[in-house]
Design a protein around this ligand. Sequence first.
Ligand code: 8ID
Ligand code: ZN
Length: 365
Amino acid sequence: MASNGNGHSNGHSNGNVPTQQWAAVAESEGAPIKYKQIPVPKPGPDEVLVNIKYSGVCHTDWHMKQGDWPLKASKFPLVGGHEGAGVVVARGALVKDVEIGEHVGVKWINGSCLDCQFCQASDEQLCQKAICSGAHVDGTFQQYCIAQAAHVARIPKDVDMAAISPVLCAGITVYKGLKESGAKPGQTVAIVGAGGGLGSMAVQYAKAMGLRVIAIDAGDDKREATKKLGAESFVDFSKSKDVVADVQAATEDGLGPHAVLLVAVSERPFQQAAEYVRPKGTVVCIGLPADAYLKAPVFQTVARMVTIRGSYVGNRRDSAEAIDFFRRGLIQIPYKVVPLSELEDVYQKMIKGQISGRYVLDMDK
Ligand code: 8ID
Ligand code: ZN
């Protein structure tokens, strides 16, 4: 492929950036994915161009493509993806601290204003001007992707890029959620949706943080998979006659888990968790089923002093910490690498609940 020399005027590139690339594109809301060639974007003054090597596929990418959330994609055709690991190949003129050749991750938060009260407090997820990968700008399901230099995650060069890619959303998000839960080493957390992408990560992070895990999901594959990841018990929501009683029974004193991490894409568990969490426990809502509402009995929530809270991705510090857990060998989830051209098949498996762990797209196949 031809080189266009420097990526952006007054910026710098490694001199090998092509003008065309392969991408997985949603032409319109709800349309199936097309694998096709599109132009390589050019980074703005504060942005870098990343040659994506691998990208995990998050359920959020499906929601964005379908348009079933209050947060809508601001562009179609849209390239989704926000778990991209790759190499910086060009940078804008204002970028000083990210080097060409560095390994970086492109996350859901692609950019933010860095100036508002939320950015000042490092809650950049809450920035009213936050730009999200695969929602407001094209994401990581393409060979070359742009991100604001201040927001790319740093990936040490000794880390495997395929294996780390799911950490860049799933890992960071559940690590943050576990911190927000306030659960302490030795205490128990129930992970609802434990066999999926976020759930598998959550079981491993929880274990690495000294927590005991009750996994909740469906089917023997996920029972086995979550056991291998370190869960002490499993409640099959598709077979259980009383999920609330079964989750409480899975704790030694029968009082229920100290925290619940909701990462399922279904409303029902969001209506049950406050009932089985231990008195003074915390329910952390992370999964985002469309059109869903939380429900909790007021009397029991008050009299049992239950906390219910939301948790949304993580900031740059959470990202660095989550990556460090991975680098130290503490986080290993099952993942399957398939070519970028197979994204639509991955989505079809995902919505049927058939994915255990994560699918990772190889950009060069
Ligand atoms: O920052 C955030 N809050 C954030 C970040 C990333 C992703 C939120 N998310 C959201 C996604 O948009 C999605 O709504 O988290 C949700 C989970 O994403 P995922 O882990 O990427 O999805 P998955 O791999 O399809 O796993 C979902 C699992 O939930 C199980 C399924 O069997 C699957 O294993 N599940 C379902 I659907 N219903 C369940 C139920 N009633 C259930 N597990 C237990 N009980
Ligand atoms: Zn995600």
